[in-house]
Write a protein that binds this ligand. Structure first.
Ligand code: BGC
Length: 247
């Protein structure tokens, strides 16, 4: 079965048809820049542009970088605050001429894809996927089952919101070396999450997972296994498609 996945990010909105048997995109993805400010109407228009680029008329799954219950947006850390309270499924569905739309948190989507087709395949026990990007997203699984909207990126770390210390945006904004970022920021963050959840496995996603060799080997003293995501930047699109396919 083929469905369509769209990943809404702070800088880009990308999507493609997804083959649910293989967990892969069936065509090269299409990307448009996220409008600034990233308001509901502006973003919904971009999602429609991506979907219409493929002439798609079936079910659509959409990720959102905030808490999503049902298809209503509850938090918006890195997009316009006017999203809070908006029923994104209804808004985007209307822009798509009534196509069925499923909405879920971006890290949850990436995690679902990794657990089925990537680094978490067949893994039991507690597995935590963390996406390091503009913010930090989390997806917590117990024996393969997701606990949605865990928001571990907003844990407090030394009096700070953790994502402002350990995201890749923090690395860039503060011009931190790989070594400093990995050993002081990411390691401390992982140690804190490990203290709370004792997972078997951490899966590290986000664009930076492509450069895993530059920082994962520097992280010591964590009991859990730490591996990079395998689907890399397509995990969100695949996971969005999987969510739409399971409706
Ligand atoms: C948001 C999460 C999101 C993460 C990654 C955080 O700021 O609160 O919901 O998953 O960023 O986009």
């Amino acid at each position: 079965m083929n469905v369509f996945g769209v990943d809404i990010g702070g800088s880009g909105i990308k999507g493609a048809p997804v083959d649910l048997e293989r967990g892969a995109l069936t065509e090269e993805r299409h990307k448009v820049l996220t409008p600034q400010p990233a308001t509901p109407d502006g973003v919904a228009g971009c999602v429609a542009e991506v979907v219409e680029h493929f002439g798609w008329t079936g079910p659509v799954g959409v990720t959102f970088p905030g808490v999503v219950t049902g298809s209503t947006i509850r938090t918006a850390a890195n997009v316009d605050k006017s999203w809070i309270g908006v029923d994104a499924g209804t808004l985007i569905g209307a822009r798509l001429g009534g196509l069925p739309v499923t909405v879920l948190n971006d890290a949850d989507a990436a995690g679902i894809a990794e657990m089925t087709f990537g680094a978490g395949r067949g893994r039991k026990g507690t597995v935590i996927m963390l996406t390091l990007g503009t913010g930090i997203g989390s997806a917590v699984f117990v024996d393969g089952r997701l606990v949605p909207n865990t928001e571990l990126g907003h844990l407090e770390l030394k009096g700070h919101d953790a994502e402002t210390r350990a995201s890749t945006k923090a690395k860039e904004d503060e011009d931190l070396s790989w070594h400093h970022w990995a050993t002081r920021r990411v390691r401390k963050y992982l140690a804190h999450v490990e203290m709370l959840f004792s997972p078997e496995l951490f899966i590290i996603g986000g664009g930076v997972s492509r450069k895993a060799d530059k920082f994962l080997p520097l992280i010591e003293g964590i009991r859990a296994e730490i591996v990079p995501a395998e689907l890399q930047n397509n995990a969100g699109i695949v996971g969005a498609g999987m969510a739409a396919g399971s409706e």
